[in-house]
Design a protein around this ligand. Structure first.
Ligand SMILES: [Zn+2]
Length: 467
């Protein structure tokens, strides 16, 4: 054996580990893709994230697995769909099941240092999703009036201090959730896009979950007095325009903080060996379909999330746009591949994006799926109530509580205004079969009685009228 070969064989494992990139994932709660400049929005809401996209890859059709924080975070951090990890509703008040590992646990096992920064309630330890993080900072406070999430600025100093401290000790993984766009739409300049407005949307109740429930005509979850506020709000579309301006101001404000963070990373020289991922756990309805907030549906304002990946080792990606259907369950296999960490034992249900990033023509999925369980007290059964199957253009909605499908052509009707289920039964049938097949292959099958699975209240609730 030559001395050179011997020297190579005797290299410590740390030498290889040092070459692996740092990974930072910023997950912006309630952020719809179509309000970013890079996705075509006319307001200059996201200059820093747009610039990040110009230096990296922008995924034009990224889909969340569900409609709200808990199932979406759980799918991101386990790589499994909600039918498997079980956190599709908070009604069960259970944490992550014992058989689930997490992205952070796997990265830590392979030599990464891991940190979580959040202002949201579902990344508190009781939900189990903090498993595997060496450092955990959550500024959410249960004593905050209205239990509103804490904005990014409450975590930013801790996040920067952690990165500065850890940057020379080998690769790290940071997962930071940014909660500024969850109601009440936190912003440093809330009126920037609608100065001078003095209408009913100045009432702070308008920017609350109970107001959205009343606006959406849900049967409960708000005081009776909220109905009068909703009526005043709906009396003039001017008020909705102000709400949208406030949402955009929150997005702009979050973008400013992200810009500050990215500038600091560059100053520390971390832009050269750090993969940056920006995405969102779900979007937000801003009046589309007569709805506000996000738990209520799987329409595009909720499902279509941003996804930007900047990889310093793949400079050819700069400015490249991908139209493939990608999902958040794809991020765990992607990150584990980046980290050279084993993944086969985890039975992950997504696909690594790395083959696509290396070759944009690589084969990819043709259909993507999502599902939702609304947390309504009336429908307290443990059923997933709505499912979606989506192809490039066609999207099918299936409801457990309705006796019909909805079908939309997203290529010509991106906000799903015209239901084409009656006109195109051939497409509806094709996607129905795809949906049933996906359920059979992706959900767990366990023996036992169907107790707890029967839709009792659905039997009692009258079906909504056909319109
Ligand atoms: Zn969320």
């Amino acid at each position: 054996m030559t001395s050179l070969l011997l020297a190579v064989l005797l290299l410590p494992p740390a030498a290889a580990a040092e070459e692996r990139p740092n990974i930072i994932m910023l997950d912006i709660c309630s952020t719809r893709a179509d309000h970013f400049g890079t996705y075509g929005y006319p307001r200059d809401t996201t200059p820093h994230m747009d610039a990040l996209g110009q230096g990296g890859a922008v995924f034009e059709n990224a889909m969340s697995e569900g409609s709200w924080c808990l199932p979406s975070y759980a799918s991101l951090l386990t790589g499994h769909v909600p039918e498997v990890h079980g956190l599709y509703t908070s009604l069960l008040a259970q944490g992550l099941p014992k058989f689930e590992s997490t992205l952070a646990s796997e990265l830590r096992r392979s030599g990464y240092r891991t940190a979580l920064f959040s202002g949201g309630v579902y990344l508190r330890p009781e939900w189990g999703l903090t498993k595997g993080f060496d450092t955990y900072v959550n500024t959410f406070s249960t004593s905050t009036p209205g239990r509103i999430p804490a904005p990014f600025e409450t975590n930013l100093d801790d996040l920067l201090a952690w990165v500065k401290k850890e940057r020379r000790s080998g690769p790290f993984f940071v997962f930071a959730t940014i909660d500024d766009l969850h109601v009440p739409y936190h912003s440093s300049d809330p009126d920037q896009y609608d100065p001078g407005y003095q209408g009913v949307a100045r009432d702070t109740d308008v920017f609350s979950v109970p107001f959205a429930r009343a606006y959406n005509d849900e049967p409960s979850g708000y005081p009776e007095s909220m109905k009068a506020k909703v009526a005043a709000f709906k009396s003039d579309p001017r008020h909705l325009r102000h709400l949208i301006a406030r949402y955009d101001a929150a997005l702009h404000s979050a973008d400013q903080r992200i810009g500050e963070f990215l500038a600091q990373l560059k100053r520390l020289g971390l832009d050269k060996n750090t993969v940056l991922i920006v995405t969102a756990d779900h979007g937000e309805l801003l009046g589309e379909k007569g709805l506000l907030n996000h738990t209520q549906s799987l329409y595009e304002p909720v499902l279509h999330v941003p996804l930007i990946v900047k990889h310093p080792g793949l400079p050819k990606l700069a400015g490249r746009r991908f139209s493939q259907l990608v999902q958040r369950i794809d991020l765990m296999p992607t990150i584990l591949e980046l980290a050279e960490a084993p993944a086969q034992h985890l039975e992950l249900q997504g696909r690594s994006l790395m083959p696509l990033l290396r070759d944009p023509g690589a084969p990819w999925r043709e259909v993507a799926f999502a599902r939702s369980k609304r947390n309504l007290a009336r429908l307290s059964d443990l059923n997933i109530e709505e499912r979606v199957a989506r192809e490039k253009c066609w999207k099918l909605h299936h409801y457990l509580y309705k006796d019909r499908y909805e079908l939309y052509d997203l290529c010509s009707d991106p906000l799903e205004a015209e239901d084409l289920a009656a006109e195109r039964p051939d497409i509806a049938q094709r996607l129905s079969f795809a949906l049933v097949k996906d359920m059979e292959v992706s959900r767990p099958h366990v023996s036992g009685l169907p107790s707890g699975r029967t839709p009792r209240s659905l039997d009692l609730a009258p079906l909504p009228p056909k319109d």
